[in-house]
Design a binder for this molecule. Structure first.
Ligand code: ATP
Ligand code: MG
Length: 396
């Protein structure tokens, strides 16, 4: 048992003592059996939410309408979800309502993939109704039950299937693959934000090439914002052999590059994918640095881009086999910058007004930019009096 399970066993035992069933379920069981770190521990139980709240002193209603109650135990929170079915699906997304049931089997049937439909009790006994253990061993992504129906019920499952291929380095079972091909168009019904999450997880996985390849061959990409235009770039991405991405920023910088987009067009793509403005701005900076001819150790590039985003750009260049500098060289060049932000400059706008009597206007902005460039080029020291003298000579 991983530590996360050991700590949660008293919660399972307490539920059992009250006369109900309780199991670890889903991703945490899958990852435990694979021996990889867990994200979160999910517990499923025959007890209804009201019953869970009676059993434990301290609970929080985190998603009670879906049957989830958080149990607080020894400073940890555990999500306990009542066994449920999701009977009627409308419009290919989430179910209209959930029905609580008393049978674990019913609960496992509603889950997306065989490897995600495993449950484990407090003694380590695994409940495996759909040969999920075999699929784990053979590294296979397979839908639970009839794949056609399952993807029809909830089209996001197609993106999840692709995502798990990449994260786990698994293959797609052929009936499951066929069902994705047939239902790919239903992805249009899914909120872009949810597709976005799965796509980025796909790119950040250990074998993104596998996921990207099926994302293309099944046609899913055509139903994602703007991607119908970028098939060639996606194919090229799936053929990169050193493809290991460390952050969402890197994902978008690489996509912008592979799709031959100027930074501004990458920003448009990202907006269509409902990215946050903060992320868009960071990607724009990093991609601008990546495309900059003067190289990543140029003081101006480093000043504008900052250390972290410059390193991200360099990582992408390494993936493309186009990097010409080491990370160490970038870090050293950054340390050597005389100024690291506008706040470090020994003269600011108010000094120009108060001490030189300048008025805000076009000249004003130009003067401040010129000061910054002179310092970064090592032509002027970052010294208050020298900088003012420079402005007096050149801008007044
Ligand atoms: P992660 O490592 O990303 O947390 P996970 O398998 O735990 O992976 P979650 O999104 O946390 O994924 O979902 C928990 C479990 O709920 C899944 O393992 C699966 O059994 C079930 N599940 C999640 N989303 C769906 C879905 N769209 N359709 C059916 N079952 C789902
Ligand atoms: Mg999870």
């Amino acid at each position: 048992f991983p530590n996360e399970f050991v700590n949660a066993i008293p919660v399972l035992k307490t539920i059992e003592k009250a006369g109900f069933e309780a199991y670890f379920v889903g991703g945490c069981v899958r990852d435990t059996l694979l021996g990889i770190p867990l994200h979160d521990v999910d517990i499923t139980s025959s007890a209804y939410p009201a019953e869970i709240k009676e059993i434990f002193n301290r609970t929080v209603d985190t998603g009670i309408e879906h049957g989830t109650v958080m149990v607080l135990d020894h400073g940890e929170g555990y999500e306990v979800t009542t066994f449920r079915t999701e009977s009627t699906y409308q419009d290919f997304r989430r179910p209209d309502h959930v029905t609580f049931v008393r049978s674990l089997d019913e609960d496992l049937k509603r889950r997306d993939l065989t490897i995600n439909a495993l449950a484990m009790d407090a003694d380590g006994n695994v409940v495996d109704l759909f040969h999920g253990l075999d699929d784990l061993k053979n590294k296979i992504i397979r839908a639970v039950g009839n794949p056609h129906e399952r993807y029809h019920e909830d089209a996001l499952r197609m993106m999840r299937s692709i995502r798990f291929m990449s994260q786990l380095d698994f293959n797609l079972e052929s009936e499951t693959e066929k069902a994705i091909e047939d239902n790919a168009h239903l992805l249009e019904k899914i909120a872009v934000e949810r597709i976005h999450v799965e796509w980025i997880k796909t790119l950040l996985g250990q074998r993104p090439q596998l996921g990207i390849q099926k994302f293309i061959s099944t046609g899913l990409y055509q139903y994602c914002p703007d991607f119908a235009d970028y098939k060639d770039g996606l194919i090229a991405m799936s053929k990169l052999d050193q493809l290991h991405l460390d952050s969402e920023i890197e994902c978008w910088v690489l996509m912008g590059h592979m799709f031959s987009l100027k930074p501004q067009k990458t920003a448009k793509l990202m907006r269509d994918w409902k990215s946050s403005n903060d992320l868009i701005n960071q990607v724009e900076l990093a991609q601008t640095a990546l495309e900059c001819q003067s190289g990543l150790t140029d003081p101006h590039v480093l000043f504008e881009t900052g250390k972290e985003l410059t390193l991200a750009a360099n990582h992408i260049l390494k993936i493309l086999n186009q990097s010409t500098v080491t990370d160490e060289a970038i870090k050293t060049a950054y340390e050597e910058l005389p100024i690291k932000g506008n706040a470090d400059i020994a003269v600011d706008g108010s000094a120009l007004i108060k001490e030189l009597g300048m008025k805000p206007g076009p000249q004003f902005g130009k003067a401040l930019t010129a000061i910054k460039d002179q310092i970064l080029d090592g032509k002027l020291a970052n010294d208050h009096d020298q900088l003012l003298a420079f402005v007096r000579e050149n801008f007044m």
